[in-house]
Design a protein around this ligand. Structure first.
Ligand SMILES: Cc1ncc(COP(=O)(O)O)c(C=O)c1O
Length: 309
């Protein structure tokens, strides 16, 4: 169990739970002034607990006889540069030392959280993973004497799956008002990142890789939210109704962040195998799925009738 707050100790006590392994999530607050676009300044972020609270948690775990104690944090996200990632590592190594000095506990593992970014923009370079490993090793040798059995880990889901997912959508509308808009049949319920934090996702048009990018479009979904835009003022080749538009790097925080606002149904997912064959691994949602959790008289019959019609 990874506790986000000291108050969770009361929950464990109330439920008479003494985990075999336990972990505590640290929020350095003003000690780490550096902010992150996605997570925000640690001081203003809801995650984790203060150092003092974390020490209270370590005392609790010691008292309960738990010998496998870990520490966790997540202060940055989608980071491409080594100083930010190594800064997290260094901070957590210092914390491990402080816990040992003050509480006589040698933590069994340190989890640096997520944070390893991917190059969403074509001009960006991927994280220098070997450099990160090398930097982590140097910091370990410098700061972690006597921690030979302490595991260290990152949660690198985005880095592993992010670049390998694509949202394929069709241009179904255009309008020319004060800007040129292309309306597509996906919307931010399929991919929330651009609308939620202005994230850039690269956009290409199938069959037009070599066409000049001589048009500037907002590529938009159909939700009644003006932030439902996959691309804003993006130079792209001319797009015609029916063109397939590919939104890149949607393998993380894509479908899994999906929702049903405006009655939108979640899309199917297709797995492309190494040999090029394709397999549907998730079907499209239907109206029946949308109403499946509702429960009132005659609902099922009516929904079945509407779906059939
Ligand atoms: C605990 C934890 N680990 C990992 C992640 C994923 O982080 P990222 O996608 O930046 O690697 C998150 C995201 O919110 C998280 O809260």
């Amino acid at each position: 169990i990874n506790l986000d707050d000291v108050s969770n100790l009361d929950d464990l006590d109330r439920l008479h739970i003494v985990p075999e392994k336990i972990c505590f999530r640290y929020n350095p607050g003003p000690e780490l002034a550096r902010g992150n676009a996605i997570i925000g300044k640690p001081e203003e972020a809801k995650y984790g607990m203060t150092k003092e609270q974390l020490m209270t948690c370590v005392d609790w775990a010691k008292k309960k006889g738990i010998s496998y104690i870990g520490i966790h944090t997540m202060v940055i996200s989608a980071e491409l540069e080594l100083p930010g990632l190594l800064g997290t590592i260094s901070m957590m190594f210092d914390l491990a030392n402080e816990i040992r000095d003050k509480k006589g506990v040698t933590v069994s593992f340190i989890d640096f959280g997520g944070g390893i970014g991917i190059p969403y923009r074509p001009e960006q370079d991927p994280v220098d993973i070997e450099g990160l490993g090398e930097g982590a090793r140097k910091l370990f040798e410098e700061k972690m004497k006597g921690f030979d059995h302490t595991r260290i880990c990152f949660e690198c889901g985005r880095a592993i799956t992010g670049p390998y997912g694509f949202l394929v959508t069709k241009a179904i509308h255009y309008k020319h008002i004060y800007r040129d808009y292309i309306g597509v049949d996906a919307c931010m319920a399929d991919l929330m990142r651009p609308g939620m934090y202005g994230a850039y996702h690269h956009v290409t048009v199938l069959g037009k890789a070599d066409a000049p990018k001589d048009h500037v479009y907002d590529v938009v979904g159909s939700l009644c939210e003006n932030c439902d835009k996959f691309a804003i003022q993006r130079p792209l080749p001319e797009i015609k109704t029916g063109d397939l538009i590919v939104i890149h790097d949607t393998g993380a925080h894509g479908h899994s962040m999906g929702y049903n606002y405006n009655g939108r149904l979640r899309h199917q997912e297709i797995l492309v195998h190494e040999n090029g064959s394709v397999q549907q691994i998730r079907r499209n949602e239907t109206l029946f799925d949308l109403f499946a959790t509702l429960d009132f008289p005659n609902l099922k019959e009516n929904t079945a009738k509407v779906t059939k019609e």
